[in-house]
Design a protein around this ligand. Sequence first.
Ligand code: AMP
Length: 321
Amino acid sequence: MFKKIYKEIKKYNTIVIARHIGVDPDALASQLALKESIKLTFPNKNVYAVGNGSSKFSYMGKLDKLEDFDNFLLIVLDTPDKKRIDYKDYSKASMTIKIDHHPFIEDFGGLEYIDDSASSTSEILMELLLKTKLKCNGEIAKLLYYGLVSDSNRFLFDSSTSKTFNLVSTYLSKYPLKLSDIYTNLYLRPLKEVRLEGYISLNMKVTENGVAYIILTNDIITKFKADSASAGNMINNFNFIDEVLVWIIVTEDVKNNNVRVNIRSRGPEINKIAEKYNGGGHPQASGARLSSIDEAEALISDIDYATENYIKKEMSKHENN
Ligand code: AMP
């Protein structure tokens, strides 16, 4: 499949690289890395990385302005379904390639490379660059490392396999990176966010089944002078709490007139439940978008029910052993 992808890249003079809405480091880093790699390999091609950015990740590089592209190859990264592509003209492409590590949702009608066992889309690109004639350099390697380290939560998840470590090892030996600089860029944050995290720790509720949740209204976000995305981005900071199996941050986003939900689990699979609420993701890391805060109660109750069932199943497994 990598060879087929390379062939298509070689064929087109104009290439647009898109990824999912609600930009995150893996989506952005993989997009910018692939753009740089194609430019390095084929300097005469026109390659555009498109979508809404975030000033938070400006250290990774810049996105391109939208234009009316003609006869172009579209490469969609890190996105399993069309409705989440951050590029509204996706159907105008002459050919589409999807490269993703989310569980399959729908075919985009072109080449599909999906590996839902990969830690990140950046990991898949590391392999693509090694196995084809696509070129790499230190800057591209750094971008891919940003994406991989961020989506694997610094190798904490089971998605970090021997393949992940082998790829990282290969890249680090070819392109020595100053890791402390990378982590500073990824994790440095303003004090107001740390204070908001303190608020979440103090105020989250935990159900009998170990589902922790917090609902952050616009008033709370404004009080901490934080932006609506920052609370959800802290979801991984609540990973290892003994009494908590599943944790949920619900944030009101007045600017976009919706309610953002971030969910993580050390127990039941949550992506199917997230899908019921205009969301999706991985079995243990998902997100959703609600139209109002009132909907959060039903979502939390569904997750609590799934967690209760999960605990019962685990208990009966132990009893039978
Ligand atoms: P997040 O909590 O935003 O880090 O997202 C965790 C995972 O869920 C990522 O793989 C996202 O792509 C996915 N995800 C987040 N929000 C949504 C959504 N509204 N619809 C589908 N997938 C989502």
